[in-house]
Ligand binder design. Structure first.
Ligand code: SF4
Length: 345
């Protein structure tokens, strides 16, 4: 494809973390330093860790500028310009220049990275220009990391974790993390505690916990069941200031719509709720427990126990089919629909 035909940006699209996000592709699809089991854009075809230029900086910036102008004409809101390619954005040696130039358009800039190159001084200093950075933190033990993220062989997890801590010390923007859980991984409490310990040192503004909700690169890869997800949430949540699910619902969490079912689903898509909290919430809205029974019967809500408490959380597995793109959907909207991942990312 010639450079003139490449679309470097898309959207703005709704993002639960960033509002209306105009996405930026600064890397060709599947050029990555990882080949995650759960990657929702397929297997990595060009595995690499050398940073290099992929596209002309001006071509990316002009494309974004045109899209911003178009959005303005259509009165479409933009809250963030976000690097979210179907590969690893920090492989682009021009990332720092692009962030700096894009900031002149007047919007905050975000980068969603798999963290694999955060040990490099140049990557840290380029990311420092961004306003919001999301670091992938799926595992803190080498064997888990190699099995889940299938990194480029020469990478070292301890170096990456040290680099992340170094970045967190000086980054003045908003730092968040994303931890993807897959079934069949190490789902014991010790594993979650180790992730919790590391995140407590990193101190992200928000630590997101996610599960694969779209077809992954490898068949048979699924998210864990709701009880494991809730257990991970409780254990990690004890050590980080703010923890949220990122399981694919771009709804307006906590915004009351007046529809009690929708409101309960929105909240539990972000936080599991204890039985007592649900009861209080229903009572305040003048509703009864029948609402919960209906949602459980429709398998939209899951009920699970942890340490003597009953928790309710939004069910995600049964919604996979609903959320998969239909055959008639355009490739652009498919790409746009998958953007709250890096798995998403
Ligand atoms: S999920 Fe992200 S980091 Fe993992 S292989 Fe896919 S693009 Fe690379």
């Amino acid at each position: 494809m010639s450079e003139r035909q490449i679309r470097y940006s898309f959207g703005p699209v709704p993002s639960r973390r960033l509002g209306k996000s105009l996405g930026i592709n600064n890397i060709p699809a599947k050029v990555c330093s990882y080949s995650c089991l759960y990657c929702q854009v397929g297997r990595t075809t060009a595995m690499q860790i050398e940073r290099r230029p992929f596209y002309k900086v001006e071509a990316i910036v002009n494309d974004v500028r045109n899209r911003v102008e178009q959005a303005r004409k259509e009165n479409a809101n933009i809250d963030f310009l976000t690097f979210v390619p179907d590969g690893e954005p920090t492989l682009d040696v021009n990332l720092g220049k692009e962030i700096t130039l894009l900031k002149t358009l007047g919007f905050p800039v975000g980068v969603i990275t798999n963290s694999s190159l955060i040990w490099r001084d140049d990557v840290r200093s380029e990311l420092a220009h961004a306003d919001w950075v999301s670091l992938k933190m799926d595992a803190v033990r080498e064997p888990d990391w190699r099995r889940i993220n299938r990194p480029y062989r020469a990478l070292s997890l301890s170096t990456i974790l040290d680099g992340a801590l170094e970045f967190a010390k000086t980054f003045s923007g908003k730092l968040v993390t994303e931890t993807m859980l897959v079934q069949g991984g190490d789902e014991n409490n010790a594993h979650f505690s180790e992730i919790a310990d590391f995140l407590s040192r990193l101190r992200p503004s928000v630590a997101y916990l996610s599960v694969p909700i779209r077809p992954p690169a490898e068949k048979g890869v699924h998210g864990p069941d709701e009880s494991t997800l809730n257990r991970a949430f409780q254990i990690i949540g004890e050590k980080v200031a703010r923890m949220e699910y990122l399981i694919g619902y771009e709804g307006d969490a906590f915004a009351s719509t007046g529809d009690i079912e929708k409101d309960l689903l929105s909240i539990t898509a972000v936080h599991p709720m204890r039985r007592e909290a649900v009861s209080k919430f229903l009572a305040q809205a003048g509703a009864t427990w029948a609402v919960v029974e209906r949602l459980l019967a429709r398998a939209e809500l899951a009920e699970t126990a942890y340490e003597g408490h009953q928790f309710y959380l939004r069910k995600f597995k049964e919604n996979i089919e609903q959320r998969m793109p239909s055959a008639g959907q355009s490739s652009l909207s498919r790409v746009m629909g998958g953007k709250e991942r890096h798995g998403k990312k």
